[in-house]
Design a protein around this ligand. Structure first.
Ligand code: KG4
Ligand code: ZN
Length: 340
């Protein structure tokens, strides 16, 4: 076995097939294949997702290895997303990783997808040294599948402080967009329209104790609002799209910021990290930056390629875990409900 510090990372929890190559904890390549097929259905279709992973995984790994300038024989370890995610999708990555591990005789390690998001701040190219959050830091993870506030004490010691009890914030964006007739995924479309509008409409905000959140009530509130307005003016959505999007976005961002502020009141740390696909939202980024400035703390948002589902973050989480001596044997299974 070689010991050059090369790790191959695989991410296949949802609808993107990702492969990354790391060397001594630095990202040499971070590639993925997106599955366009789901936009036709307005959401991810699990059966189609696993088939596409099966089709994409070998070519994506091949491209990542080529970009990193190494061959599969140079690898020292392989890490993959064990869960949480869609079973059929996870199985493709897990089986691939275990086969590579077995044939090359290199260690194999399953990584928790959410811990990957939390550690995405530490994904850097060799030539790029950007500031990273200092431990302990508060991490706000907002994606299409998850919304959680995590206190991060070290690369391995982290605790969930609060989470959405129903829909994820990204889901709230996507479902609202669907009601408005916007394409899937709708988050970026709402963001785009919101830039041209004003938050003149208000919706019922859920009341949830502590640091947990809820977004499903908001969806109902938006639906009732739209039904009422469209009954009065059938063109309402078309003519007021920008203001409607701005109002929805403002409401979602306010819920997230309110809970983040409460977490910081309870646990006054000096750094806050935002990650997950919704971290691309311009209003959320600005709100987090302004909140951090007001509190005199530092905010961190990784480059977009490490915010959405990606293999680099799985590689980074795997790198730190391998450094701590962790490894799995080949009996490891994909787990769609893997606990944090
Ligand atoms: O992390 P991610 O790529 O996949 C999941 O793990 O779900 O996140 C995708 C989510 C989708 O819900 C998408 O609508 C949302 O991130 N998203 C956005 C923006 N860009 C992506 N939501 C709001 N504003 C954006 N600019
Ligand atoms: Zn994710």
């Amino acid at each position: 076995m070689n010991h050059n510090g090369y790790i191959l990372a695989i991410e296949s929890s949802c609808d993107d097939t990702g492969a990354a190559v790391l060397n001594k904890g630095k990202i040499l390549a971070n590639k993925f294949a997106t599955q366009e097929v789901h936009s036709r259905y307005g959401g991810v279709v699990p059966e189609l997702a696993s088939r596409a992973h099966q089709r994409n995984i070998v070519p994506v790994v091949d491209i990542a290895l080529k970009e990193a300038g190494i061959s599969v024989k140079d690898l020292d370890a392989i890490v993959f997303t064990q869960g949480p995610g869609l079973m059929g999708s996870l199985l493709v990555g897990a089986s691939f990783a275990k086969s590579v591990s077995m044939s090359l005789g290199i260690p194999c390690l399953g990584v928790n997808h959410m811990k990957g998001h939390v550690l995405s701040h530490f994904a850097h190219r060799p030539e790029k040294e950007s500031p990273v959050p200092e431990f302990p830091f508060l991490s706000l993870i907002v994606s299409g599948g998850h919304t959680m506030l995590v206190m991060v004490h070290s690369y391995s010691d982290m605790k969930i402080l609060g989470r959405s009890l129903d829909d994820a914030a990204g889901e709230a964006f996507d479902k609202s967009a669907k009601m408005l007739g916007l394409p899937y995924p709708g988050g970026p479309w709402i963001d785009r329209h919101a830039k041209l509008g004003k938050p003149i409409y208000s919706f019922n905000k859920p009341r949830v104790d502590g640091l947990d959140m809820s977004f499903s009530g908001l969806k109902t509130s938006i639906l009732n609002f739209l039904k009422k307005e469209v009954a009065l003016d059938p063109q309402f959505m078309k003519t007021h799209m920008d203001d409607i999007c701005s109002s929805i976005q403002t409401c979602i961002v306010e819920i997230l910021i309110e809970k983040t502020e409460r977490a910081l009141d309870e646990f006054p740390v000096k750094d806050i990290g935002l990650a997950g696909g919704v971290a691309a939202n311009s209003a959320l980024r600005t709100a987090i930056e302004q909140m951090a400035e007001k509190r005199g703390i530092k905010s961190h948002v990784p480059p977009f390629e490490y915010c959405t589902d990606n293999a680099a973050m799985i590689g980074i989480a795997g790198y730190f875990a391998l450094k701590e001596g962790l490894k799995d044997d080949l009996s490891i299974m994909a787990d769609p409900n893997l606990p944090f």
